[in-house]
Design a protein around this ligand. Structure first.
Ligand code: ATP
Ligand code: MG
Length: 357
């Protein structure tokens, strides 16, 4: 195995669903995972992420639908018959085997000779930065190093698709951050298709080409990190992808694409995205809120309920006619006082009219 790019495989799901008796773990869904992309499945506990991943791996049979990998229909193939490797949350290393044998195991059980398997294992350990660690036992490694062995063990099989199920959740915050960068760099260097499950939205934003947000066994929205953060379709996605205030406003369409939303005394131009005129759900990112003098016209009247100095910025809760708003202001030096009346303006970015879901 070499660290060069190879032909990557596209994964296509058509109407794929999973039921366990009366429980629907994944409702019928369509999804294209582009060749060579890193796609994350993101969503709260129980939304169906692991089930979807295990169906791609062939560890669960689909209840309905078809699944192709690299143009080949693999729906009826077992895990062993698909060229797919999975990295588990628990790493699942063999504790009594050294690192080299752990990595070589899959090759040997697939029929490779010991010498060839060991050579490939060493080469793959070098790719994940563990050259020279082959003789150690897993217990003689740090958590991050064990994680890399698990990645090497999956990579050595030269899979068309690499699947990760919450691979970093056993690591502390700092290590998580550096390991996610490593996985991303490795994926880009090798050009391998990766499906990556997480419930951490900042991890998903950091590493993904595409994020699939799941909710209640279905896809809530799929898109690039920027699309999901800056153009969420619905309240769930908006609030799941970072902090957001959710209020009601009145929409008035002004053109084929644009409209004005009225929030208290404030008029905000935005994309109406096909929503009907009248009351709509509006999502406001905390950093889109600007505090100005109460006397300024065309602002939303607000009273400062809480004000916190956070070092690099200030955080406020503001009571307004449309409800309480959480705001982040970049200038921490001129902190407003509790009870002070101020005016609120909104930036062009970070304010969306969305579906209620
Ligand atoms: N073998 C099973 N039998 C019955 N129900 C199951 C089985 N496996 C999963 N489920 C159910 O299917 C749903 C989706 O489970 P899944 O493990 O895919 O969720 P998840 O998104 O990975 O959650 P988490 O973030 O907690 O890992 C859950 O309601 C779960 O209880
Ligand atoms: Mg899971």
């Amino acid at each position: 195995m070499t660290a060069t790019k190879r032909q990557a495989a596209e994964v296509v799901l058509k109407g794929v669903a999973k039921r366990y008796g009366p429980v629907t773990a994944v409702k019928p869904l369509d999804l294209i995972i582009p060749a060579g992309a890193l796609v994350t499945l993101l969503g709260p506990s129980g939304c169906g992420k692991t089930t979807l991943l295990r169906m791609i791996a062939g560890l669960e049979r689909v209840s309905e639908g078809r699944l192709t990998i690299g143009g080949k229909d693999v729906t009826d193939l077992s895990a062993g018959e698909r060229n797919v490797s999975m990295v588990f949350q628990s790493y699942a290393l063999f504790p009594h085997m050294n690192v080299r044998d752990n990595v070589a195991y899959g090759l040997i059980s697939g029929g490779a000779g010991k010498a060839v398997a060991n050579e490939k294992a060493e080469a793959t350990l070098a790719i994940v930065g563990l050259g020279g660690f082959g003789d150690r036992l897993p217990s003689e490694l740090s958590g991050g190093q064990q994680q890399r062995v698990a990645v090497a063990r999956a990579l050595v099989l030269e899979p068309d698709v690499l699947l990760f199920d919450e691979p970093l959740s056993n690591l502390d915050a700092r290590l998580r951050r550096s390991m996610r960068e490593e996985i991303r760099m490795l994926q880009q260097r090798l050009g391998v298709t990766v499906v990556y499950v997480t419930h951490d939205q900042s991890e998903a934003l950091a590493v993904s080409d595409l994020i699939v947000v799941m909710r209640n066994a279905a896809i809530a929205q799929a898109g690039t990190p920027r699309e999901l953060y800056e153009a969420p379709d619905n309240v769930f996605v908006a609030t799941f992808m970072g902090e957001a205030n959710h209020v009601k406003g009145r929409l008035q369409t002004t053109s084929a694409e644009t409209g004005t939303v009225h929030l208290g005394g404030l008029s905000v131009p935005l994309s109406h995205r096909g929503l009907a005129d009248g009351e709509v759900d509006v999502v406001i990112r905390p950093e889109a809120i600007r505090l100005v003098a109460a006397a300024e016209t065309g602002t939303l009247a607000a009273t400062v309920a809480t004000a916190n100095y956070m070092g690099a910025h200030a955080e406020y809760n503001l009571d307004t006619p449309v409800g309480r708003l959480f705001a982040i202001a970049p200038e921490a030096d001129s902190l407003r006082g509790i009870g002070e009346t101020v005016g609120v303006r909104l930036a062009d970015r970070g304010v969306f009219a969305v579906k209620a879901l």
